[in-house]
Write a protein that binds this ligand. Structure first.
Ligand code: SF4
Length: 442
């Protein structure tokens, strides 16, 4: 029996990319098996991200390291997949002689055929975007999983065309996946011992499936998945504030196993910037959504994405962002300085005119404020007892286990003899901006 070839996948960027790498592993499962040892690989695939300059710079650096492996192993094949493959297309094969294969996010089904072309000694490329592809019938191979938490991609693409964003160009039009295939995958995961799933999409709130004049909206899908089993925790990412519905907020209140944490990227607190970013909502609309969440789900944690130094951003715009952060009181945030992305509206129409040192200064102010807000939020949890799902042993001490509560807060406690995936009640006694600490109460 021919033994399988060795495939080493490296994944960069967002959760969608990690979910895609599991799809890729499944598409190639007949001929390849995963190896974490890059030196023993027959094929190396780098799943790339194009969201910011430094994301792409990381890939070029990594490629410089990887290409030397070809000197030692002449039959080694290297492929670039994901958003940067889609953005640069043939340029890869022109610019980078060590690359044999370039595959965009919608062309992973074509991998076996493309690899045959490479085996025949030619380069291969497929970066055609699709309006239908959702890989609904492909069961991901969770080759790098902790066995209890998993991503399920429920839709692909985005057409919101925020002026700074490259995603609509690298991932194509929005399309939702058949809800039956999503519920089946979630049920299978639960049967396999998984106890937490994250429903993934660029903008999950606009999930919509039509069949026989029957519409399945995101909140319907959330209820369908939550009904699988009360022991299966449900998380979701990423939401667009313009589509955050009251129906979804209601569903989150109805199911205890839907986690009380919402990631709602705001990007800026200034209406001028929100308009220029083409975010399609105002500061007032956003704060109204936040008020509704806080009214209906008082213990809900809120996290966000913020861009510092977008084109024409004034000091007042920046202050509006800081005020927005204080008003919401975010538990956590992903914070970046603006970097122009080729091909986007901002790249062609606006000037990237906020000086680099000012971008860095404003970003630092945002990071410092978020540190304060995270600590304020965690201090409010002192003395409370919270349900935590055990995820494993703390990186810092084998005498401690860790997990996250429904609010997605990392919680550390003295180890138990309980295995990961088990729910425990933890009394919170200490905290930092990043972590809650406590002990398990029976
Ligand atoms: S919603 Fe905007 S920022 Fe998010 S992926 Fe779509 S275009 Fe990009």
């Amino acid at each position: 029996m021919n033994s399988k070839k060795k495939l080493h996948i490296e994944t960069y960027g967002c959760q969608m990319n990690f979910s895609d790498s599991e799809i890729v592993m499944s598409v190639l499962a007949d001929t390849y098996e995963y190896t974490s040892d890059i030196k023993s690989a027959d094929l190396i695939l780098i799943n790339t991200c194009s969201i910011r300059d430094n994301a792409e710079a990381r890939i070029w650096n990594r490629l410089r390291e990887v290409r030397s492996l070809k000197k030692r192993n002449k039959s080694l094949k290297i492929g670039i997949i994901g958003c940067m493959a889609e953005r640069l297309k043939e340029e890869w094969l022109e610019k980078e002689p060590s690359i044999d294969l370039v595959v965009g996010p919608d062309a992973y089904r074509d991998l076996p055929k493309l690899l045959q072309t490479v085996a025949d000694g030619e380069n291969a490329i497929n970066t055609i975007l699709s309006e239908e592809e959702t890989y609904a019938d492909i069961l991901p191979v969770r080759y790098n999983s902790n066995g209890i938490s998993a991503f399920i991609s429920i839709m692909r693409g985005c057409q919101n065309f925020c002026s700074y964003c490259v995603v609509p160009y690298t991932r194509g039009k929005e399309r939702s996946r058949d809800p039956k295939s999503i519920v089946n995958e979630a049920q299978q995961l639960f049967n396999d011992g998984y106890r937490e799933i994250t429903l993934l999409g660029q903008n999950v709130n606009s999930f919509l499936w039509n069949e026989n004049e029957e519409e399945v909206h995101f909140w319907d899908l959330m209820a369908m998945v939550a009904k699988i089993n009360p022991l299966l925790r449900i998380r979701f990412a990423t939401s667009h504030p313009k589509d955050l519905s009251n129906e979804l907020i209601q569903i989150i209140t109805r199911f205890p196993n839907i986690c009380k944490s919402i990631h709602l990227p705001v990007q800026s607190g200034s209406n001028n910037m929100l308009k220029k970013m083409n975010r399609k909502y105002t500061r007032e609309w956003y704060l109204d959504r936040i008020a509704e969440i806080k009214k209906q789900i008082p213990d809900c944690s809120l996290s966000t994405d913020i861009i510092a130094g977008f084109c024409d951003e004034t000091e007042q715009d920046h202050q509006d962002t800081l005020n927005m952060m204080r008003e919401v009181g975010y538990e956590a945030a992903f914070m970046f300085k603006y970097s122009t992305r080729p091909g986007t509206l901002a790249h062609t129409k606006f000037e990237d005119n906020v000086p680099e040192d000012l971008k860095i200064k404003r970003l630092q102010e945002i990071i410092n404020l978020q540190q304060e807000l995270s600590l304020i939020s965690n201090k409010k949890d002192l003395g409370k007892t919270m349900e935590v799902m055990i995820e494993g042993f703390s990186k810092r001490s084998k005498e401690h286990q860790f997990g996250r509560n429904s609010q997605n807060k990392v919680t550390v406690f003295p180890k138990t003899n309980l295995e990961k995936g088990t729910y425990v009640q933890v009394k919170i006694t200490e905290c930092s901006a990043a972590t809650l600490k406590g002990f398990v109460v029976e």
